[in-house]
Design a binder for this molecule. Structure first.
Ligand SMILES: [Zn+2]
Ligand SMILES: [Zn+2]
Length: 256
């Protein structure tokens, strides 16, 4: 199993997950917050032809996640998996695209991948995040979440690799030029995770199998990679988990 990112942050998100069994290869995209040309160009940097994609799975209707999903899906005839609530929010864009409804607690199969959606607290209609497994390894993804829940901690148990939001540093957000309503939204219970909240989630997870941690969805104004690394180091110490910071401009390249 391999995964890569086209970009991570409030300007646009998209992740690729790939599994191989014998001669077949399954490639799934998780969210696409980039316009059609931008997405195609970022895919080509990762040596992926959009026609190879077996599906696009969607977390929620915020533009940095869904903005490019349906144009890419329509152009390349890619089916989309989405919750009913999210679909209601973007129904006008979905015309002409094959849509499968998914929901918390019901896993589904795309080729060689089994995908599990799980509900998270975020200010959207029916937001979910996902784990994916090829039967050997498990990848967990958690971004766009306002606070930890027992449900998400349970969903992420036993991941070999984890993409985890480290959105903002609380002090930097408080001192930023953002208007008060936006600070309240980002820092609120249905907003985004602070470095400290993410570190606490990391601390509470079953990390027995964890080999790679990717910090994602960093705020470009209210966070810094150094602060994120230090929050992660506070939990993982100098252990053998490889830590990567995902970049808004370039995401990260393929990793196993
Ligand atoms: Zn987002
Ligand atoms: Zn969001």
């Amino acid at each position: 199993m391999r995964f890569a990112s086209l970009g991570s942050g409030s300007e646009g998100n998209a992740l690729l997950i790939s599994a191989t069994s014998g001669i077949t290869e399954t490639q799934v995209m998780l969210d696409c917050g980039f316009g059609l040309r931008e997405a195609e160009s970022r895919l080509s940097h990762l040596h992926v032809d959009p026609k190879q994609l077996s599906g696009i799975i969607v977390t929620h209707e915020h533009q940095d996640h869904v903005g490019g999903v349906f144009r890419l899906a329509r152009r390349h005839k890619i089916p989309v998996w989405i919750t009913q609530g999210t679909l209601e929010a973007v129904r006008d864009e979905a015309a002409g695209v094959t849509v499968h409804i998914c929901r918390d607690g019901e896993s589904f199969v795309i080729g060689d991948l089994e995908i599990q959606p799980y509900t998270v607290p975020h200010d959207a209609r029916e937001p979910v995040q996902y784990t994916a497994t090829d039967g050997i390894s498990k990848l967990g993804v958690l971004t766009d979440v306002g606070h930890s829940t027992p449900h998400l901690v349970d969903a992420l148990r036993g991941c070999d690799a984890l993409v985890l939001e480290f959105n903002h540093d609380t002090d930097m957000l408080a001192q930023s030029v953002y208007p008060p309503w936006l600070k309240a939204r980002i820092g609120g219970q249905m907003g985004h995770l602070s470095n400290q909240q993410s570190a606490e989630i990391l601390q509470s997870l079953d990390r027995n199998r964890l080999k790679r941690l990717i910090a994602g969805h960093l705020s470009q104004k209210n966070n810094s990679p150094d602060k994120v690394r230090s929050a992660i180091h506070g939990v993982l110490g100098d252990g053998d988990v490889e830590v990567v910071i995902a970049d808004q401009a370039s995401g990260f390249g393929w990793m196993a």
